[in-house]
Design a protein around this ligand. Structure first.
Ligand SMILES: [Ca+2]
Length: 351
C-alpha cells in the first residue's frame, strides 16, 4: 500500500483512502450482529483534571469561573458532592499559559494600575479553556451517536495547589469551596473532588447525590461491573462497586476510606492536617500515628472540619483509630518528613 501511495497525487490518495474506508464500512455492516453484541458494553471516558478544586466549577457553586460545558454535563448526568481521591498528587503538571484571547472574559480580575497578568485571569482562563475542550469532546461523542452507550466521568486528582509552590503559583487561586485544606492536605479540600457522571441512557439527568460517599478507588470495580467483566481472580481492591449510585439507585458503602500523607503540607496553618485520616459514614477521624493529634469531625454537620468533637466521642475515636492504625501497618515502609503531621508554629517566647 505504501509504495502505491507514493505514486499517487493528493486527490488520488484521498480517493484511495475513501475507498478503503467505504470497504471497511461494508465489512462492519456484514458483522452487524457482532457489533450489536459488543454495543451492550458501554464505552468509558474518564476526564481527570490536574489540581482542580471542588469549588472551581459553576455547577459546584463557583460564581466567577465559567464552565458551561461541565455544568451541562452535570445537568444531563449526575453530580456527586462526596467524591474522594485516595492515591493523588500524581498527574504531571502542564504550565498554565492561556492566550490573551482566552483571558479576555476575565479582564475584570486583572490587577489595577500595573501591567501584570493576575493569577485569577490566568487560572480562570485555563479552567474555562479546559471546559471548552471538554465541550468539544462531548459534542463529538454525541454527534457520533455514542452518547447512550458512553459513560463520561469527570473529576480531579487532588485539591488546588498552594501559593507557596512557585512553579504552580497561579493555581493557588483554585477554589476548594467551603473546605479547609489544599493539595497535599488530607482535610476535605485536598481530597474531596468534583465528580460528574453522564450516561444518557442510564444516569438520572440533573440529579445531585449528596448522600453517597464515593471514591476514585471505586472506579475499577465499577467499570468492570457496568461492562459485565469480572475482576481478576485474587484481586481485592480497596474500592467498591458504586454502579448503583451512578445509576441513581439505593446503595450504601460498606468499607471506610483511608488516607496517609507522610510529607510536608504547604501553605496556611489551617491546611496542615495530621498524617492519617479515615472517613466512615458521617465521621472523619484525622490523627498522627503517635496520637499527638487526634481530630474527629461530623462531616455532615461540619464539612469545614472546624469543630473537633474527639473528646465528646471517645468510643468512636477508639474504634476508628484502631482500624486506621491497623491499616497503616499494612502500608509499605518509606521515608517520612520530619514535619509530617505537624501544625507547630514558631511562637514568640522570652527564652
Ligand atoms: Ca495533581
Amino acid at each position: 500500500m505504501e509504495s502505491e501511495i507514493k505514486n499517487l497525487n493528493r486527490r488520488q490518495f484521498l480517493v484511495a483512502v475513501g475507498t478503503t474506508a467505504a470497504a471497511a464500512a461494508l465489512r462492519c455492516r456484514g458483522s452487524a450482529a457482532k457489533a450489536a453484541a459488543r454495543s451492550s458494553r458501554p464505552n468509558f471516558v474518564f476526564i481527570f483534571a490536574d489540581d482542580l478544586g471542588w469549588g472551581d466549577l459553576g455547577c459546584y457553586g463557583n460564581r466567577q469561573i465559567r464552565t458551561p460545558n461541565l455544568d451541562e454535563l452535570a445537568r444531563k448526568g449526575m453530580l456527586f458532592t462526596q467524591f474522594y481521591v485516595n492515591a493523588r498528587t500524581l498527574v504531571p503538571h502542564a504550565t498554565l499559559h492561556p492566550t490573551d484571547e482566552q483571558m479576555k472574559p476575565y479582564q475584570r480580575y486583572a490587577p489595577q494600575g500595573v501591567p501584570y497578568k493576575g493569577a485569577k485571569q490566568i487560572y480562570y482562563a485555563s479552567v474555562s479553556d479546559m471546559d471548552r475542550q471538554i465541550g468539544r469532546l462531548v459534542k463529538r461523542i454525541d454527534q457520533l451517536g455514542l452518547a447512550d452507550n458512553t459513560v463520561i466521568a469527570f473529576s480531579s486528582d487532588n485539591g488546588p495547589e498552594d501559593f507557596d509552590i512557585r512553579n504552580a503559583v497561579h493555581s493557588g487561586i483554585g477554589d476548594t469551596g467551603p473546605f479547609r485544606g489544599r493539595k497535599r492536605s488530607i482535610y476535605e479540600g485536598g481530597v474531596r473532588m468534583p465528580f460528574i457522571v453522564r450516561w444518557t441512557s442510564r444516569t438520572p439527568a440533573g440529579k445531585v447525590d449528596d448522600k453517597n460517599i464515593v471514591a476514585g478507588v471505586d472506579w475499577l470495580p465499577t467499570v468492570c461491573s457496568l461492562a459485565g467483566v469480572k475482576l481478576p481472580a485474587g484481586l481485592n481492591p480497596d474500592g467498591e462497586d458504586m454502579s448503583q449510585a451512578i445509576l441513581g439507585k439505593p446503595w450504601t458503602r460498606s468499607k471506610p476510606l483511608m488516607w496517609e500523607w507522610r510529607f510536608r503540607v504547604f501553605g496556611d496553618m489551617a491546611h496542615k492536617s495530621p498524617m492519617l485520616a479515615l472517613r466512615d459514614g458521617k465521621w472523619k477521624l484525622l490523627m498522627n500515628p503517635d496520637r499527638s493529634r487526634v481530630e474527629l469531625y461530623d462531616i455532615g454537620n461540619d464539612p469545614t472540619e472546624l469543630d473537633n468533637v474527639a473528646d465528646q466521642n471517645p468510643q468512636v475515636v477508639r474504634k476508628l483509630s484502631e482500624r486506621l492504625l491497623k491499616w497503616q501497618k499494612t502500608l509499605p515502609a518509606g521515608p517520612t518528613d520530619d514535619v509530617a503531621g505537624s501544625n507547630a508554629y514558631p511562637w514568640p517566647t522570652n527564652k
